[in-house]
Every structure is written in C-alpha cells, then in structure tokens.
Ligand binder design. Sequence first.
Ligand code: NAD
Length: 258
Amino acid sequence: MDVKTEQEFKNKVCIITGGAGSIGCATALKVFNAGGKVALIDHNLEQLEKVKNEFYDRDRLLILQADVSNSQDTQNYVSQTIAKWGKINALFSNAGFSGTSAPVTDYPEDVFDKVMAINVRGSFLACKYALPKINNGGNILITSSIMGVTARPGSIAYITSKHALIGLMRGISKEAAPRNVRVNILAPGPVDNTFQLEIEERASKASGTNVTEMLNNWIALGRHATPEEIANMAYFLMSDKSSFSTGGVFMADGGMHV
Ligand code: NAD
C-alpha cells in the first residue's frame, strides 16, 4: 500500500454497522489502514471483541454493541462517536438479516417484520440520527443487494427490504445534497461467506437443487465475490475518490443482474 493510499482516511471518522461481520469488518480494516477512525457497531458483542484484535491502534477504534433497529441504540452509537471524535465523515449502514426461505404464502409474519426492522428501519434510523452530525462533504453508504434490483422465489422479506433501501437512499440523497453529503447504495452479488452460505444451504434444501452451483451459473464472472472485493467497492464509495457520485446504485455482482 503506498503512502498516499494509507493517508486517504486520515482524520476521517466512519461509522460502520454490521461491523463485526464479513463485509463490514473487511471494509473497516481498509478504512482503518488508510488512517481512518472507525466506530464498529454490531449486536454481536462476542464477534466484535474477536475482530477488534485485528485493529492495531485502539485510539482509532470504537466498539459499540447496538441493535440497529432500536432507536435508542442508534442515538447512542451516534452520540458516543461524536463524544469520542467530535464529528462523523462517513456512515456505512451495512448490518443485515436474510430472514428465512419460504414462498410468500408461507412466509412467517414475524420474520418479515424482523427483516424489515433490521434492514430498512435500521438504515432509516442510522440516516435519521447520523445525517445531522455528518460533516459537509461527507457521505452515507447503504448495503442493499443484487436482491435490491432483481428477485427470485422464496426470499420475499429480504427482496422487499433490499428494494426499499434504494428508495430510502434516493430520498435522502436529495435531502443531503445541499450540504454536499453524498448518499449511495452498494449492491453486492453472492459473496463467499457464512451469511450467503447459510442462505444457499436453506434454499438448496427447500428447492432440492444445488443453489451455489446455480448462482455461479447466473453470475457472468462465474463465481462468488470475496468479502475483500466488496470491501474495495465500499472503500471507494466512502472515499473522496467517488466525489461526484450520489443517488447511485453501485453493483458489485460479477454481472449477475445483467
Ligand atoms: P455477516 O452476517 O457477516 O454480517 C452482518 C452483520 O450484521 C453481522 O455481524 C450481524 O451480527 C450484524 N447484525 C445483524 N442484525 C443486527 C442488528 N439488529 N443490529 C446490529 N447488527 C446486526 O454478513 P455480510 O455478508 O457481511 O452482510 C453485510 C451486508 O451485506 C448485509 O446487509 C447483507 O444483506 C448484505 N449482502 C450480503 C451478501 C452476501 O452474499 N453475503 C450479498 C448481498 C448483500
């Protein structure tokens, strides 16, 4: 990594939700290694404690347990970040929950509500409370999915929630633009990680087909992404390198949606 890249996030404060998870943590490490200060938010405290060892300078790291669907928790992680560093430059609203695999007619109402609460309400609350504190020229990135622009049977709550995030992003991008705060969507395709593997195992069982193989056939590049590849895109969208991009849906899906 050259010196210029190392300094790209120097003095920048970033909040990353789902920070104990695969994409969130990989992105946090990139931002951190580029000089950034990172508030890692997750409801899984045990996993947060595990990943914190990967961050060598604890002064530039804040670990906070929070349920992103909870208003008080959200206000708390925003105010604690401000209390520690006095500002926010970027918010990566990335925590997510996939729900279950069932046709709409069998889809459990409580699971639908939970998916919407974590994925949609979670990002709504993050934007509602963080936006007023984000410096002019800062940005918000929200993780949607290939399922935010396409659909397949059996994942109605996840599909609905990931489509909704694009509407949320578009509305907020117009409200935030006068302060030069950019708001974008990151839309990954299938990633080679536990989150996706569990979905594929469920779907394979339900459909009697090997869904991992099927997806690889649908992805133009013929394979799942690595978490690192998705984090590279998130890094770019959180950095000033994407300074003229707002209101955008950025695919990192190996051409799956085409
Ligand atoms: P992951 O499971 O490794 O990370 C998700 C994190 O969110 C976990 O650490 C989890 O503890 C956290 N989380 C869940 N509910 C929460 C809550 N209520 N409050 C706080 N934290 C909560 O999975 P990932 O692949 O890193 O997923 C990150 C994002 O990427 C999600 O929004 C997911 O929908 C999206 N996505 C993933 C894939 C994929 O193939 N893995 C593809 C497209 C989109």
